[in-house]
Design a protein around this ligand. Sequence first.
Ligand code: SAH
Length: 339
Amino acid sequence: MTANPKPLTRDEIESRLREEDPQQLERLFGAADAVRARHVGEAVILRGLVEISSHCKRSCAYCGLRAQNKSAVRYRMENAEIFACAERIAKLGIGTIVLQAGEDPALDRDRVAEVILGIKERTGLAVTLSLGEREDADYEAWRRAGADRYLLRFETSDPELYSRIHPRHTAPFDRFAALHRLRDMGYEIGSGVMVGIPGQTVESLARDIELFFELGLPMIGSGPYVPDPATPLGISPQPEIEDQVPADLISSLKVIALSRILRPDANIPSTTALATIAGENGRARALETGANVLMPNFTPEARRADYAIYPNKAVLCEASDHMLEGLRRDLSDIGRIPR
Ligand code: SAH
């Protein structure tokens, strides 16, 4: 087996991240869109997101769910409530449920395994987990229970920045090593970064994107960093650094486009964070710049506002029974088909 040649060197990635000329940018975005069309076609794959708990024991400096945020409202969904969401998702013909949460110790190994088994039994949906840093024994048990995929963003490849935004870790946890182990356990793995974290340089972001290629990621989710005033990192002003990546639409689109060019077959979402900073336009722009996945939020209405990883989270599309018709109409404007 011969390894795939790398489509762009790290220097080339970096120079594209620095590109400001509108025509050159249109060329980059157009090239990514063409790679998307050739490799994964016109389908926009839907994944039903359910945010099952807002409890968290960690102290991530960017995230509104951090343990120290006393203003955060905490909830934990009952199994029956999660199963009802799964049934709604399956009834709409969506193939995957994504279970996401803060690092909630009450969502222990057995409890999550029960949820996975219950979803499989009732719906046969593919199950993607996004439950953060856990012991291998947890990951293994959940895989045995039937979980199919695991999302764990490495957030940044700069170790100094990583430790700055993940303070108070009891023991160092290597997300790269975890991703390798998850893959060895048989999970399809997904990772990605936040774009524009204070302290993130263009040079380090270029390395992040090169790593998407080196890891051979089948799923790549990246979105802009959104400041949350209830967190240490969101309290303005942050110290100015040279070479700071802006947390804006264009930087996020560049990351999506480069992800697509380096990993032509990957599943790449148009994220909620992007829609939050750029609105409806952001959702469509990402889909025209390399993205091929949307993750509509199926967290029950009453809970949704409380899963506040950052403020004013956008609604990607209303998760109603008529969602698919609405999406079919919207997406047909850009020649795409929800699936
Ligand atoms: N506890 C899980 C799920 C976290 S939420 C985990 O740690 O993996 C999923 C993603 O939301 C995180 O990986 C992070 O990249 C993103 N996120 C968190 N806070 C954010 C913020 N303020 N702005 C943008 N994205 C954020």
